[in-house]
Design a protein around this ligand. Structure first.
Ligand code: B16
Ligand code: MG
Length: 220
């Protein structure tokens, strides 16, 4: 029986991806690296340091910098990202999400955030929906990022639920893989070829309807 929903943040509740991607693009350019659209896409859902390491690898610079230099680059990127977060308002909640949260509340479902972003509390506060959630997994406590299932297992534990009692929402391939590895029902939002492992796929958040998703969940 369905008892809870677990949400990725970036790309699911709000489109902070464009801010992440432009901040990474700026940094890459400073380092003399030009990123392709596919390379930028591959950064979705990936933690800050893992993203930086991927970018350096794309540019053939994986052994060029010390850990301290990399920390500095990551902090610089985060500063640019946070500047953009400060401009966010409740209008930046993606279409379909307010209705989904309302329907979940009406059914008294538990709701937990499983985001790789250390800025999740800040973003949720800017969006005005911080109080809607029963918990946020602290990404600083994770030993591995998505596609490892750790973050989704921790989210399920925070909700005090079992894997077959939750539905989890993701926009990233690495995220859907993490959900499936945790043994949970995955809703993928975006490209159906990229997210083919998901149990239910919609092109955009506007297409999310809790009753329809539950029908598929109950039939599995
Ligand atoms: P931060 P999600 C992820 O959020 C983003 O998709 C990814 O681009 C970002 O690098 C990561 O959070 C870490 O974010 O630098 O703010 O800690 O999709 O897991 O909600
Ligand atoms: Mg995401």
């Amino acid at each position: 029986m369905l008892k809870g929903l677990i949400f990725d943040l970036d790309g699911v509740l709000t489109d902070s991806a464009r801010y992440h991607l432009s901040a990474w693009n700026n940094l890459a350019q400073e380092l003399g690296i030009t990123l392709t659209d596919d390379q930028l896409d591959a950064l979705r859902g990936i933690s800050r340091m893992d993203s930086l390491n991927m970018i350096l690898k794309f540019g053939g610079q994986e052994n060029k910098y010390t850990e301290a230099e990399k920390e500095k680059f990551a902090a610089e990127k985060n500063e640019k990202f946070v500047e953009q977060v400060e401009t966010m308002t409740p209008k930046d909640i993606l279409p379909g999400i307010p209705e989904l949260l309302k329907d979940a509340k009406a059914q008294k479902l538990k709701m937990v955030i499983a985001s790789a972003s250390k800025n999740a509390p800040k973003i949720l506060t800017r969006l005005g929906i911080m109080d809607e959630f029963d918990g946020i997994v602290d990404p600083a406590t994770l030993s591995k990022g998505k596609p490892d299932p750790e973050i989704y297992i921790k989210a399920q534990e925070l909700a005090e639920l079992k894997a077959d009692e939750v539905i989890s929402f993701e926009d990233a391939k690495a995220g859907v893989e993490a959900i499936k590895a945790a043994g949970q029902f995955a809703v993928g939002i975006g490209n159906k070829d990229l997210l083919s492992e998901a149990d239910y796929i919609v092109p955009t958040t506007a297409d999310l309807k809790l009753s329809k998703i539950e029908e598929v969940f109950n039939s599995k």
